[in-house]
Design a protein around this ligand. Structure first.
Ligand code: KG4
Ligand code: ZN
Length: 344
């Protein structure tokens, strides 16, 4: 019998039905991209309200597509951290109502650990623990030693912007719409990644597994609009824009790959896995594959649909249910992050 997973941490309203053997029977994602596009970023109040409107239809659709009767749902899983508090609360309220109605267990799960569990879902037993895991999304960029699905040691991560946030800001500077990552990737395909010399912050610092993207964004900004130049300089177009996008994307990838390699050196792990929206980026995926070939590592990358936010990765909740956990109706959200991370 399956669980129902619910995911409303940021701007996707998602629900999935996943069996105990980790088979995804249905996964529905309602994106709010269009609602936030004009603000070039997620507006929390708009996100919460959209979740309220969509959560029940999305859950209904997931259950309908799964072919499972409502009474066949064995447990409810819900992402309880990290995320926007108003968004998280909508998912939690729905999860509690359903768990109470069906009289089944409810378990909360960690959205970041779930992003890496997407690799587990996609690759099953061939994913060897421990591995070095990178989660790069719109709100987070962190490196972990992943001992088991629920046991992650944070090794480092961004000290300022998340990688996805940097892509979104770069897109905005280049006159491209939100969300920026896929747009920068598309435009970068026509450009030369060596056209501009952009910084690789913290890469030379081999004592730290930290990353920094805000200086990179500022460097791009000065290339687009040189200091002292007119404030109304229009965004670049054509080949100039493609070269800027490709150079920016390459700088982000070089920083990430350098720290992945350092994390491998430090931990002695034999495998690398990536997750989160930025892991959908083809150039990053290829660079991590190349690192794997160079260092003789296993590389585990989820399909793109499991990189961006979804509820199928809520299958991680089975790891808790199988050990008998039930958080009960006092379960609460934990919007913030902490430095070490337990799936729960
Ligand atoms: O994991 P996700 O869907 O949501 C969060 O948990 O934040 O990640 C969304 C982020 C956005 O910043 C988006 O621009 C970025 O992932 N992203 C990409 C690509 N697809 C999505 N960044 C680079 N290349 C992509 N192809
Ligand atoms: Zn995410």
């Amino acid at each position: 019998m399956p669980l129902l997973a619910i995911e409303t941490t940021c701007d996707e309203t998602a629900a999935a039905v996943v069996t105990r053997s980790r088979q995804v029977l249905a996964s529905v994602v309602a994106s709010q991209e269009q609602l936030h596009a004009r603000w070039r970023g997620v507006v929390p109040e708009i996100a919460s309200r959209a979740h309220v409107e969509r959560i029940i239809p999305v859950i209904d659709e997931a259950v309908r597509r799964s072919g499972v009767a409502r009474s066949g749902i064995e447990a409810v899983a819900v992402a309880v951290r990290p995320g926007l508090v108003g968004s998280l609360l909508v998912g939690l309220a729905a999860a509690k109502a359903i768990a109470a109605m069906l009289r089944v267990p409810i378990v909360g799960y960690d959205h970041i650990a779930a992003h890496l569990y997407a690799c587990h879902l996609a690759h099953g037993e061939s994913l060897p623990y421990p591995f070095v895991g990178l989660v790069a999304s719109g709100g987070h960029t962190s490196l972990f030693r992943v001992r088991s699905p629920l046991d992650l040691d944070r090794l480092g991560g961004t000290i300022d912007d998340a990688a996805g946030e940097a892509f979104d800001k770069a897109a905005s500077l280049l006159g491209l719409p939100y969300p920026g990552g896929p747009e920068v990737e598309r435009v970068a395909r026509e450009g030369d990644p060596r056209a501009h010399r952009l910084p690789r912050p913290l890469v030379a610092d081999r004592d730290r597994l930290d990353l920094s993207f805000s200086g990179l964004k500022t460097a791009l900004r000065y290339l687009v609009r040189p200091p002292g130049g007119p404030a109304d300089t229009p965004p670049p177009v054509g080949r100039a824009r493609a070269d800027l996008a490709a150079s920016f994307q390459q700088a982000v990838i070089d920083c990430i790959v350098a720290k992945l390699e350092l994390a491998i050196d430090r931990t002695g792990c034999k495998a690398v896995a990536i997750g989160g929206g930025v892991a959908a980026n083809s150039a990053l995926r290829e660079a991590v594959e190349a690192l794997g070939r160079r260092r003789g590592l296993g590389v585990f990358v989820p399909p793109r649909s499991l990189c961006t936010d979804n509820a199928a990765m809520g299958a991680i909740a089975w790891e808790r249910l199988e050990r008998g956990d039930d958080d009960g109706l006092l379960l609460d959200v934990m919007p913030g992050t902490d430095r070490s991370r337990r799936g729960r």
